[in-house]
Ligand binder design. Structure first.
Ligand SMILES: Cc1cc2nc3c(=O)[nH]c(=O)nc-3n(C[C@H](O)[C@H](O)[C@H](O)COP(=O)(O)OP(=O)(O)OC[C@H]3O[C@@H](n4cnc5c(N)ncnc54)[C@H](O)[C@@H]3O)c2cc1C
Length: 479
């Protein structure tokens, strides 16, 4: 399992639920090189799962122009350590592992689901969480799956001394294109489908460099990304001695959400949690796992309690459980993970993604120049999913005010269809029914201005408080 499946399993087992993780290779090392804003990981108590940090990040738009310095620490996730920590937690809490692939799921009655595996085995449980990432093995999506794609080709390389990257600074986005001047065709392709360089410098001789297409539909092909990266490294004078690791990154972004409600639960890639305007997800996923599990535990306890109350004292456990409506339980869990403000926020981010999909290199530069000129609260909050719709509107006004005329012109033109859709969705019955949901577990737990990004810490504290109030299940009460 990836971060979503393992964090949910650890959390659920830690709360006394019986959990089986189905994963063909439970001990495999995660393949992705994850980058995060350090404050997000610190807030979740995961600072020790970041192996390298950079004091700041920077963004450069054109050659000769001064780079924009982002005063926010960035880090590389220690994927082995994070996975081990989650696995250890799972093992300590009694999670069982079944080495197989999930092939399908059926819901045998009101309270039980049956997971079919590719080794012919069947597992029964009251709830199934699909943590299969972008494979989306079990969760069903609302309508046609129509995302944009973030495509990136990255390499961890050993290089000759003298590379141009400062070791205390993560190069978040390098939009320069002067390295393509001797190749007019590639320069033109980059002008319409721009890519940037994302660089993590680890030492004087080791760097991770990734040529990234922020979002495109269809994705920029890997061979093109690779050619652009080679030309860029040549221009920067980077002499590669050895390629240690290659990363082919394709992240579906935005588009439709999982159908809500449905009996199968989703988190991370299957939960529609990729940031539609950045492709980031890991912090949001790890922060959402306790919310999801909290909702499941609470709703199970409630449904069981109600079922038991309607039956004579001493009714056998199986009979009580047979009265539990897991359709209702999982519907409430979905609501908790996707409360009204999250749905509105995602719709706004989708509008942002739609704008990005239309931009060539010059407008992309103007876009990000304006983006990083907005207040720290706004740009950091936007990237870390903290802003409510009202705050996002404020962000939009500020973004518009600080941008240049090019940015204002194309934003007005490009954003109009998205804004019309957003307003339509707010007004139509389907979306207003969804945004009418007010009982989401994270509705009342919000990041506060000036508290340095401790959204998830707050969530955890709040959950810890809630936990004290919750009736705990004893071993024989577990469904
Ligand atoms: C190359 C790459 C780089 C990324 N970098 C970042 C980053 O820097 N920062 C960030 O925030 N986000 C990043 N992302 C986005 C996102 O955080 C990751 O995709 C993240 O791994 C998603 O977590 P997940 O647990 O949902 O899915 P995954 O990590 O994809 O895990 C899914 C797991 O399910 C297993 N599986 C698949 N099918 C089945 C099945 N049928 N039965 C059983 N098991 C199955 C897979 O083997 C895998 O172990 C990146 C994504 C990619 C692809």
């Amino acid at each position: 399992m990836g971060p979503a499946g393992l964090s949910a399993a650890e959390e659920a087992a830690g709360r006394g639920l019986s959990v089986v993780v189905v994963d063909p290779r439970p001990n495999a090392v995660w393949p992705n090189n994850y980058g995060v804003w350090v404050d997000e990981f610190e807030a979740m108590g995961l600072a020790d799962c970041v192996d390298t940090t950079w004091k700041r990040a920077k963004v450069q738009f054109t050659e000769g122009e001064e780079a924009v310095c982002l005063d926010r620490q960035y880090g590389r996730v220690d994927r082995r350590r994070l996975k081990k920590r989650l696995l250890d937690g799972c093992v300590r809490s009694g999670v069982l592992f079944h080495a197989a692939k999930a092939r399908g799921v059926s819901h045998t009655d009101g309270w039980r689901s049956c997971l079919q595996c590719d080794d012919g085995s069947e597992l029964f449980g009251c709830a199934v969480l699909d943590g299969t990432g972008h494979s989306r093995a079990l969760v069903e999506f609302e309508g046609e799956f129509d995302p944009g794609y973030q495509g990136a080709y990255g390499v961890m390389i050993e290089v000759e001394k003298g590379h141009p990257f400062e070791l205390d600074t993560m190069f978040f986005m390098d939009w320069r294109d002067d390295h393509l001047e001797d190749d007019p065709d590639m320069l033109a392709r980059n002008a319409s489908l721009p890519t940037f360089l994302y660089t993590m410098p680890f030492s004087e001789t080791r760097i991770f460099v990734e040529e990234t297409s922020l979002v495109a539909r269809p994705a920029v092909p890997f061979p093109e990304l690779k050619r652009r990266l080679v030309k860029r490294l040549d221009k920067l004078g980077v002499v590669v001695k050895e390629v240690i690791e290659e990363e082919y990154c394709l992240i579906p972004m935005g588009g439709v959400l999982p159908r809500m409600p449905q009996r199968v639960l989703g988190l991370g890639g299957t939960g529609g949690m990729v940031h539609p305007a950045t492709g980031f997800m890991i912090a949001r996923t790890l922060g959402a796992a306790p919310l999801l599990v909290d909702g499941l535990e609470r709703e199970l306890a409630r449904a069981r309690g109600e079922a038991a109350a309607a039956l004579p004292t001493g009714t056998p456990r199986e009979e009580v459980l047979a009265r539990v409506d897991m359709g209702e339980v999982t519907a409430r869990v979905w609501e908790g993970v996707w409360p009204a403000w999250r749905l509105q926020q995602r719709e706004f981010f989708n509008t942002g993604m739609d704008i990005l999909l239309r931009l060539g290199i010059d407008s992309t530069r103007s876009f990000f120049a304006a983006f990083f000129k907005t207040s720290t609260y706004n740009w950091q909050g936007f990237l870390s999913y903290r802003l409510t719709l009202v705050e996002l509107m404020g962000f939009g006004i500020e973004f518009f005010a600080v941008g240049d005329w090019r940015m204002r012109r194309f934003t007005t033109v490009s954003a109009l269809p998205g804004l019309v859709t957003l307003i339509q969705k707010l007004l139509t019955s389907g979306f207003s029914r969804q945004v009418g949901i007010t009982e989401g577990a994270d509705n009342g737990v919000r990041w506060k201005r000036g508290e340095g990004g401790n959204f998830s810490a707050e969530m955890r504290n709040s959950l810890a408080d809630k936990e004290k109030e919750l009736p705990r299940m004893t071993a024989d009460e577990r469904p």
